[in-house]
Design a protein around this ligand. Sequence first.
Ligand SMILES: C[S@@+](CC[C@H](N)C(=O)[O-])C[C@H]1O[C@@H](n2cnc3c(N)ncnc32)[C@H](O)[C@@H]1O
Length: 301
Amino acid sequence: MRLVTEPIMSYVCISCKHGYAVQDGIIVAWPKTMGELAQEEAHYHDEFDENAADVHQLTTYRNKFYHDSIHDSIRKHPRGRALEVGAGSSGTEAEHVLRHHQVVETDISPDTLKRLRGNLSQTPEAFVAVDGEHIPFEKASFDIVYMVATFHHFEHPEVALAEFARVLKPGGLLVMGIEPNTTYFRPIKYLRGLLCRMTHMNPHEGSKADALMEGFTYNKLRRLLQNPQWSGYTIRPMWLIAGFMHYILEFLYRAFKMKKRISLPKGLEKNIVRLDEFLFSIPGCKHLCWHWIITANRSKE
Ligand SMILES: C[S@@+](CC[C@H](N)C(=O)[O-])C[C@H]1O[C@@H](n2cnc3c(N)ncnc32)[C@H](O)[C@@H]1O
């Protein structure tokens, strides 16, 4: 798919001549047959939106420290064309990346992209509804592919990863931020019913992919990335004590139906993050992190 014209009602790709519907300025480039989970995700995220900054406490130091590291790795990559996958509606990442690169914003849900467009202060190249397992762009179209909290939404992560490799140019950068660690999220998945009762949460709240996912172990990520398509990779652990703190605070907020989420002094958060970073330097401790941040480079073949 090559985006050259201003789409109005429908869009025809100038290279493959494939036609795509355009809904209110959003190009809908879903595959002809889309997996069941992807369809559910599109439906769920069309219907429901959340204030990511509030729900995930994105302005806290414990989050900013790691989000900044994601933005830094993208900023440091030579200026080029980036693809955001599973962009969501908040624009948290897009606002940073758009300062340095040309960006195509994608998500499985067209309505999410409409909300994203309303929240952005800068203009990306296009908004395209895309299934990350079937990306409708040509081989080597992008210098950067990035996503936050999205990789665990795929039914077949290995298929999505192969698509990211296909659309990246040789030497291109892949960044996948804030991916859950199986150590905690597998037990949480099985305790979900109980946790929902304790926190007065409707068990149907959240998307099906969120309810089904178990996250990734370090070894699973390593196996996925140990592939000739990738020339090098990093799998960085995020939050150990900070994770317990984050989820206990969230539990209290929900269980006691508090009006506002509890915020901690920045100095305390800084020290906890420093302590976590120290703990991660101890062999084996990384497996106790709550999330992973992954970067990889496309091989130069
Ligand atoms: C947890 S949200 C993260 C949104 C945003 N990146 C953020 O950090 O706030 C996951 C996003 O992935 C999108 N998504 C789910 N399945 C997808 C798929 N198969 N292809 C592309 N996007 C998908 C959802 O619509 C949703 O917006």
